[in-house]
Each structure stands twice: as C-alpha cells, then as structure tokens.
Design a protein around this ligand. Structure first.
Ligand SMILES: NC(=O)c1ccc[n+]([C@@H]2O[C@H](COP(=O)([O-])OP(=O)(O)OC[C@H]3O[C@@H](n4cnc5c(N)ncnc54)[C@H](OP(=O)(O)O)[C@@H]3O)[C@@H](O)[C@H]2O)c1
Length: 152
C-alpha cells in the first residue's frame, strides 16, 4: 500500500479551452462515447472525489453505469462502484443529494474542523464525516484515503 493514492484528474474541456459556461445549467461537453470512456476509467478506481459545489450544482450519482463493469468489479472482489468522496469547508451539503442517496457504497466527507459538528448532524446515517483540519489539508485527505485502502 502506498502513502497516497494515484490521483487521476478527469475534466472535459471544449476545444477552445473552457470547462464551463456562465449559465446555471450543467454544461455537457462529452458525447456518449466519451461518457462511456469515463465510465470505464471510473470502474478502474477505488474512489471518486468531487468538490462540494459539484454535488450542490450538478447533483451527480457518481456510480459505475455499465452493468458488465459492475459485475467485473464484483468478480474482482471489489464493491460494484467506487466509494464516493467529497471535501467541504462549510459542510453545507444536502443529505438527499444523489451523491449520498444513490448506491450502496460508502460516502466520505472531508470537512473543515470548524464545520464538522454541523456536517455530522446534517449527514448522520448517510456519510462518514472526517475532520480534515482547518483549512482542509488535501495531502492529509489523500493519506487518509490510502490508509482506508484506496490505491487510486
Ligand atoms: N468540465 C468538467 O469536466 C468539469 C467537472 C467538474 C466541474 N467543472 C466546473 O469547474 C468549475 C469549478 O467547480 P466548482 O466551483 O463547482 O468546484 P467544486 O470543486 O465542485 O467545489 C468547490 C467547493 O469545494 C470545496 N472546497 C474546495 N477547495 C477546498 C479546500 N481546499 N478545502 C475545503 N473545501 C474545499 C468548497 O466547498 P464548500 O463551499 O462546501 O466549503 C468549495 O466551494 C465549475 O464551473 C464547474 O462547472 C467542470
């Protein structure tokens, strides 16, 4: 087991270099083929991490979509979809968001110390809330994920 997981950044960009526009709607930059490629990458990982704002704005489920890929993971002794991870300084997350509601898999919230009590109250029963320092120390977050068994 390594000290930190191998981290792969997944980000779609337009050919002119943008990752979002200035509307409130979710901007879809991928086509079906690319979403399937991303699903394959997701199925190869132990954990998937997004910022708290992505949960609030896009409400993603963050599950492996393809049945065959879920079965392959189970045959390899893994849960059918990676654990879900987020980080927040305010702890202002909706327990009914798809991040928490979808999938029978552990959800971990790394929260700044100042908001951890509020966050634990809000997310009681739907997520493990970890005190991640003030401000949140992302190096320590990665070390904690490695200690919990995530290699990538
Ligand atoms: N094209 C793509 O593939 C893609 C994918 C994802 C996002 N995006 C775009 O990227 C832009 C940025 O996304 P976003 O602002 O929604 O970011 P985000 O990463 O989803 O969320 C930012 C939030 O994460 C928390 N956070 C960030 N850094 C932190 C730190 N060091 N310690 C503690 N908490 C921290 C804060 O949460 P709290 O507010 O709860 O404290 C912050 O408000 C958006 O325009 C989004 O649409 C594009």
């Amino acid at each position: 087991m390594s000290e930190r997981p191998y981290v792969l950044l997944s980000c779609a960009a337009s050919i002119d270099g943008y990752i979002d526009d200035n509307t409130d709607e979710r901007l879809l930059l991928s086509n079906d083929e690319d979403f399937d490629r991303v699903d394959e990458v997701r199925a190869s990982c132990d954990a998937i991490m997004v910022g708290a704002n992505t949960i609030r704005r896009d409400n993603p489920r963050l599950l492996v979509r393809a049945q065959q890929r879920r079965e392959d993971r189970v045959n390899r002794g893994l849960p059918e979809t990676p654990i879900k991870v987020t980080f927040t300084s305010r702890g202002d997350l909706d327990p009914q968001a798809q991040f928490f509601a979808a999938g029978d898999i552990e959800k971990i919230v790394f929260c700044a110390s100042s908001a951890v009590d509020k966050c634990r109250d809000r997310l009681s029963g739907v997520a493990t809330v970890v005190d991640a320092g003030n401000p949140v120390d992302l190096t320590a977050v990665l070390a904690e994920l490695a200690a919990r068994g995530s290699d990538d």
